[in-house]
Design a binder for this molecule. Structure first.
Ligand code: HEM
Length: 165
């Protein structure tokens, strides 16, 4: 395959990875803390709208990272048969990245996002907090943070693997 095409695909891979990882991390360190000065009901409304809007793009970016990663390692890379995955260092690292990338994406869709929508969709929880009973909401938010930290760990592992590739 032409070298220029591979480099173009690598650029797409990196841009998609920036969108995926950067997008999710920004919600955590940028958006959440910035909303704290608003009422809980306002926070809920913004977070729910943000999650519903960004979900499709973040999922698409994650799927794109995995797809371009598969192409970079196989069609445009050194993996041409099953044995290459088992017998070569490159194949081992690539396969580990594929597994961790897929688990991270699926975890984000079926665990992190689902739990976030459940909490942001529960108006009563946020109303209660506005009336002074913050404990149940804080508990639910800590659960979201813990579940999302699995995704963050996946990103950290993937970045390390990309350095090793
Ligand atoms: C957090 C997600 C990811 C990030 C931030 C990321 C980032 C990068 C970067 C910066 C490079 C360029 C490395 C270099 O040229 O030295 C790269 C290359 C590559 N990535 Fe990823 N990547 C991610 C996920 C994945 C996944 C899940 C796979 C496997 C399915 C993958 C497969 C590859 C391959 C095969 C290359 C080309 C390496 C080569 O042959 O030089 N990446 N990635």
């Amino acid at each position: 395959m032409p070298w220029e095409l591979r480099q173009a695909l690598l650029i797409v891979h990196i841009l998609l990875a920036i969108t995926w990882v950067g997008g999710i991390l920004f919600i955590g360190w940028g958006v959440y803390p910035a909303l704290r000065k608003m009422t809980f009901l306002q926070q809920r409304q913004i977070l729910l709208a943000l999650m519903q809007w960004s979900h499709k793009f973040l999922t698409g970016a994650g799927a794109g990272v995995i797809l371009t990663g598969i192409l970079l390692g196989t069609v445009f890379g050194p993996i041409s048969q099953w044995g290459d995955i088992v017998d070569t260092r490159y194949g081992n690292i690539w396969f580990t990245a594929l597994v961790i990338g897929s688990i991270t994406l699926l975890w984000g869709i079926f665990v992190g996002f689902k739990q976030s929508i459940k909490v942001f969709g529960n108006t009563r929880l946020w109303q209660q907090a506005d009336h002074g009973n913050k404990q149940p909401l804080f508990k639910a938010l800590i659960k979201i943070a813990l579940l999302e930290s699995v995704e963050v760990a996946g990103f950290a592992a993937l970045i390390m693997l990309m350095v090793l590739l």
